[in-house]
Design a protein around this ligand. Structure first.
Ligand code: DPP
Ligand code: ZN
Length: 876
């Protein structure tokens, strides 16, 4: 397939004003009658043929303005419908198609999950239901009549408001008619039919309108839907308070399904969710699960304004809705929970996924300029870096101007399909400022690297900071321009307080924001008569890498004194990272690891600081992951050496801090009933980090402590944490606990996913054989994306030593599974294949093996477009 280019964008030739769908649900022969009111687009070039998209459709009949169309007048097949000479003016096209929902293993379009009918249309699934101009800039008003056997599908849901329902006499069938008054692109279409239980409430909006909220789940699971419903209410209130956005329909329905490619989907008024992001109870969900549910519920709800009311002109603008909506859900979670802890967690995700993507062959700009398969661009770059770009706008402009820009965006573009240029123009206008340089963040891939050096003249009271920036080359972009970077700075004085920031020739620095624009810049500060330590990029104000001339004394000082909690955490991470990278080199050279008391000292002072919230301390105690270390090393990566260096450091921390960790572990025991609130979750997080570090040296007593916690836990967080700790120790306790877990939760697939994932991540040479055995476990299924991600995704993405086995067997295993999966669900197969994205950074032995595996996959003649795209770009 030819690549699609942003520069080729042209407005659609035909617009669709209204869509009437009549869907007769049947397990194998679902019939869809579509009535489209079409008219020529005044903005297009003039008379044009009508070309509608299709994918695996069976056409039954075609009429124009009520008259059957002669066969010679059109061409219809599985992949599309073309009418070379349509009427010149507005007309009504009626098409009947037939599809087989039970055979739809791609989980795109209309399919069945656990016997229930559901849809997924983003990005290009609607064309698998009926012929349509399947592009987001065609917005129409939809009315949908859904008919089904009353026994098979007592619940029938569509977009918008319910306008009619009733029986079809004498047939055992019934119907419902839903009408959505808001014009929308077809990717937001949805319907559901099935046997579902429901959990409901009523929400009163800021203007006093009552909205019926409902969460639908598989029968018997309604008692696990309450947290999601409450999270929805909090999201609706927050969007009113933080952004002035009120909900606009009479109902808001959420349906949880077991088989789902994505996390969830923001269909207008009818969100469809992967049940992983809905179902939760203390016994089955961890604190992290509760937090994810709250965040995803919020994310999809917030799309109602940023995505649905204002959508994207084309798929190149995907970050317009995704980056912005991730930013909004991050802000929501920060307000619901701890802002610094949320920021740290988000930056961990950004670095762990986006920085890695940006450093490899799959790097692309936040707004790509070309794609072959849009499904492959639902990436960390579009989502997470896209959110960072919005955050930088806020940092540059300040909160008031940012809010004014958002208000302008909603006022100007409501009901329309917009572009990034139009979005950014709202902020330029609100702030009366020029943001043309800032636009480079959308067009240039790669993570900027800053080098910072300082010179302090205590006598003269001046501090000079020299800051240079480089953006490394990425595929298709060998040469980069410097970016406009908001860098938040603090200068921490000897007493731990910030020294006022007064820039020579500019005066006080507003909100501490330095704005970089050039390859190299000098910032001179006056009145700095005491020694200061610069605290750079506070709150992670810009998604960049920084090399600063800070010594370990400076880092320890910041770890203890910085008023910016993010940089307190960052200082410890940087200290640990430097030790780890040094030890990796020592190990590879055959030496013994260096032990650094300074890091342990910094950790001890954080542990002893009772003013700090436990969730924050837990983050500080979590040293860089194997992935973090590999990324920071960047080339000639040896995953074994990284594992060994990290393991040695964890042992050292566990040994040196054992008494403190044990006291904390005992003190943080929570004897009350479980509550998923952030403060309680933070205490559990810290307690479980203590347990894990206590056990790291492998002492039998600490392993027994983990086994006891596993057995006694009254909630999934503590049970799973104990099991995670046990999983790292090759002991009888581990196998006993794993067996117990499997038996205890045998009827709960979402919980068994945790069991699959944990075993896939065990850093032992036996894990590959274990995973191969688990493929045959009765609870595993290649047809369910959650199962695939839990077992195969965890092995490939999160088990660095075993996926990257020196003998290459990890690569071959994953590639074999990807090929098997590709025939069934290309989207999930392609995603799994991205595990190879860092292959070039590996040491030469593994690199050669990974390349050979990629080449073998590439040589396969029948790859899906999704998989071929990933494999070819990975090798490119
Ligand atoms: N459902 C996906 C999301 O919300 C794609 N829109 O991010
Ligand atoms: Zn989204």
């Amino acid at each position: 397939a030819r690549p699609i280019r942003l520069s080729d964008y042209r407005p659609p030739d035909w617009l669709v004003d209204t869509v009437h769908l009549d869907v007769a649900l049947h397990p194998n022969r679902t019939r869809i009658k579509a009535r489209l009111a079409l008219r020529p687009n005044p903005a297009a070039r003039g008379p044009a043929p009508l070309v509608l998209d299709g994918d695996e459709l069976t056409p039954l009949s075609v009429t124009i303005d009520g008259a059957a169309l002669p066969e010679a007048a059109y061409a219809a097949g599985p992949d599309g419908l073309t009418i070379p000479q349509p009427p010149p003016g507005p007309f009504v096209l009626e098409v009947e198609t037939e599809i087989d929902p039970s055979a739809n293993t791609k989980l795109m379009g209309l399919y069945r999950s656990s016997g229930n009918y559901c849809t997924q249309c983003e990005a290009e699934g609607f064309r698998r239901i009926t012929y349509f101009p399947d592009r987001p800039d065609v917005m129409a008003v939809y009315t949908t009549r859904i008919e089904a056997d009353r026994d098979e599908a007592p619940v029938l849901l569509g977009n918008g408001n319910l306008v009619e329902r009733g029986d079809v006499p004498g047939t055992g069938r019934h119907f419902a008619v839903w009408h959505d008054p808001f014009p929308k692109p077809c990717y937001l279409f949805a319907l559901v039919g099935g046997r579902l239980d429901v959990c409901r409430t009523t929400f009163t909006t800021m203007s006093g309108r009552a909205v019926e909220l409902a969460v639908y789940v598989e029968p018997g699971k309604a008692d696990r839907a309450g947290y999601a419903l409450a999270a929805l209410e909090r999201s609706m209130r927050w969007d009113e308070e933080a952004f002035g956005r009120e909900y606009d329909l009479d109902v808001f329905n959420i349906v949880a399904v077991a088989d789902f490619n994505m996390g969830a989907m923001e269909n207008k008024g009818l969100n469809i969710f992967n049940d992983k992001y809905v179902l939760a109870s203390p016994e089955t969900a961890t604190d992290a699960d509760f937090a994810h549910i709250e965040a995803v519920i919020a994310h999809e709800y917030f799309h109602n304004w940023t995505g649905n009311r204002i959508t994207c002109r084309d798929w190149f603008q995907l970050c317009l809705k995704e980056g912005l909506t991730v930013f909004r859900d991050q802000e929501f979670s920060s307000d619901m929970r701890s802002r610094p802890v949320k920021r740290i967690a988000d930056v961990r995700v950004l670095r762990g996924h986006q920085f890695v993507e940006d450093a490899g062959p799959l790097a692309h700009p936040v707004r790509p300029e070309t794609y072959r398969e849009i499904n492959n661009f639902y990436t960390a770059t579009v989502y997470e870096k896209g959110a960072e770009v919005v955050r930088m706008l806020k940092t540059l402009l300040g909160p008031e101007t940012f809010r004014a820009g958002m208000d302008l965006y909603f006022a100007r573009h409501d009901g329309r399909a917009a572009t990034i240029e139009e979005f950014v123009a709202c902020f330029a206008d609100a702030g009366d400022t020029d943001l043309s340089h800032f636009m480079l963040w959308y067009g240039q891939a790669g993570t900027p690297e800053l080098a910072v050096t300082r010179r302090h003249d205590a006598q003269g009271g001046t501090l000079v900071l020299d800051i240079a920036q480089v953006v490394p080359p990425t595929p298709g972009q060998p040469v980069k321009s410097p970016l406009q970077i908001p860098l938040v700075l603090g200068l921490v004085g000897p007493d731990g307080r910030d020294v006022p920031l007064v820039r020579r020739g500019h005066g006080p620095v507003e909100r501490g924001v330095l704005v970089l624009r050039k390859p190299a810049e000098r910032f001179v500060f006056d009145g700095i008569t005491v020694p200061v330590v610069p605290s750079l990029n506070r709150g992670f104000s810009a998604p960049v890498k920084i090399k600063a001339d800070l010594g370990s004394d400076d880092l320890r000082f910041l770890a203890i004194h910085d008023s910016d909690p993010f940089n307190r955490w960052q200082a410890v991470q940087t200290l640990a990272s430097e030790i780890l990278i040094g030890n990796v080199a020592v190990i590879r050279a055959g030496g013994g690891v260096r032990h650094d008391g300074g890091l342990v000292h910094a950790l001890a002072s954080v542990l002893g600081d009772e003013r700090l919230e436990p969730a924050f301390v837990a983050q500080v105690l979590s040293i860089p992951s194997e992935g973090d270390i590999a990324r920071d090393i960047g080339r000639d990566v040896d995953p074994e050496a990284i594992f060994n260096a990290r393991h040695a450091l964890r042992r050292a921390i566990g040994n040196d801090l054992a008494p403190t960790l044990r006291v904390l572990y005992d003190r943080l025991r929570d004897d009350g009933p479980y509550s998923p609130d952030a403060a309680s979750a933070g205490r559990r997080a810290l307690r479980n980090v203590c347990l894990d570090l206590l056990a790291a040296p492998g002492h039998a007593g600490a392993v027994a402590l983990a086994a006891a916690q596993y057995a006694e836990a009254d909630n999934m967080t503590d049970r799973m944490a104990a099991l995670g700790t046990l999983s790292l120790h090759d002991t009888a306790e581990r196998e006993a606990a794993l067996a117990d877990f499997a038996e205890r939760f045998r009827d709960d697939p979402l919980v068994i996913d945790k069991w699959f994932a944990l075993q896939a991540m065990i850093p032992d040479p036996g894990t590959l054989a274990r995973v191969e055995r688990l493929i045959d476990h009765p609870a595993f299924s290649l047809g369910n994306p959650n199962r695939v991600r839990a077992l195969l995704g965890s092995f490939a993405q999160a088990n660095h030593t075993q996926f990257n086995r020196a003998d290459g067997k990890g690569y071959d295993f994953v590639a074999g599974m990807v090929l098997t999966l590709d025939g069934r669900n290309p989207q999930v197969a392609a995603r799994l294949m991205t595990a190879f994205r860092s292959w070039r950074a590996l040491e030469s032995g593994r690199r050669d093996k990974a390349r050979a595996t990629l080449e073998r996959v590439a040589a396969n003649p029948s790859l899906s477009r999704d998989l071929a795209d990933i494999v070819e770009r990975s090798l490119g």
